[in-house]
Write a protein that binds this ligand. Structure first.
Ligand code: AMP
Length: 290
């Protein structure tokens, strides 16, 4: 377990579990004129998370990483209970990546008795993930807003791995005048193209071999679209191949406007191809620029 730093032993990054302590540390940094970067996570950290931390480090003087498995963004039948929790390994990785403080709130601290607030989202939060996980972005928006208010960062770094989430966070941060910059970073992948994810730990060895097919099929569709081919037909063919490889159900494979996540139109400056599909008991998501 992470232990609080004592006077004689200094642990980097400092684990903080109490809001009062966090609210002492941050103003001290701010008083020194330091710029504060923030990376929210659910832990079980991998090289994707660490890339965000290292990037935040290049843009700020101090980097805060939160680890909190947010119950609000899981439906009752989802994987909240079995979501991997690896606090010691995470602490060692964060020390290597150069994080300065780890914020470790509890569910009771985040959602005490009487918590009664919901954030309503439209725009990029509509469709895609919301069609299959209707609770998801409300839970994300609530926890991220609370974390931003607790940490008060100058900037926050999110992964494009969760592209719709990145667009949702950028939109509510802008709409609600949150005084920080929300920066997106490209997806970190395994050598065969599989996007790193804490949930990859659920995959059997056989599923792990199959999992990279999702990314390969997204590339095949993107190539067709770039060559002027029919996106819908290409997506339909990719779904058939994925199902034959063992995927299913395929929640969606969809081509969208890269900014608004609305259906592509003549005004679309860039497109994004997004997908979510089950492989056994694991739900994989991925997306690429088109
Ligand atoms: P999570 O712990 O899954 O909530 O993710 C925390 C942050 O890490 C989010 O901003 C994710 O988009 C980001 N992230 C997760 N996996 C990757 C990856 N493979 N590459 C880049 N960022 C990632």
């Amino acid at each position: 377990m992470l232990k609080p730093a004592t006077a004689s032993v200094s642990i980097t990054p400092e684990p903080v579990r109490e809001l009062a302590v966090l609210r002492q540390r941050i103003p001290l940094w701010r008083a020194e004129g330091l710029r504060i970067g923030f990376v929210p996570t659910m832990g079980a950290l991998h090289a994707g998370h660490l890339a965000l931390v290292k990037h935040a480090k290049t843009l700020s003087d101090k980097v805060v990483v939160s680890i909190f498995v947010n119950p609000l963004q899981f439906a009752p039948h989802e994987d909240f209970d079995r979501y991997p929790r690896r606090e010691d390994a995470d602490a060692a990785l964060l020390a290597e990546a150069g994080a300065d403080l780890v914020w470790l709130p509890t569910s009771d601290l985040m959602y005490p008795q009487g918590f009664a607030t919901k954030i309503e989202l439209t725009g990029p939060a509509e469709g895609l993930e919301t069609d299959f996980r209707p609770q998801f972005f409300g839970g994300v928006a609530t926890v991220v807003t609370k974390l931003f208010n607790q940490v008060t960062p100058d900037l926050a770094v999110f992964g494009e791995k969760d592209y719709q989430q990145l667009k949702v966070v950028q939109t509510f941060a802008r709409d609600l005048d949150m005084p920080l910059e929300v920066i997106g970073l490209p997806t970190i992948r395994e050598s065969d193209g599989l996007a790193l994810s804490s949930r990859n730990a659920y995959l059997s060895a056989e599923e792990r071999d199959t999992a990279a097919r999702l990314h390969a099929e997204l590339h095949a569709i993107a190539e067709t679209v770039q060559a002027g081919g029919d996106a819908d037909a290409s997506i339909a063919r990719a779904k058939i191949r994925l199902e034959a490889a063992g995927f299913g159900p395929i929640d969606y494979i969809a081509l969208r406007d890269a900014d608004s996540l609305a259906l592509p139109s003549a005004d679309s400056r860039a497109l994004r191809l997004l997908a979510a599909a089950w492989l056994g008991k694991t739900r994989l998501i991925d997306n690429i620029a088109v």
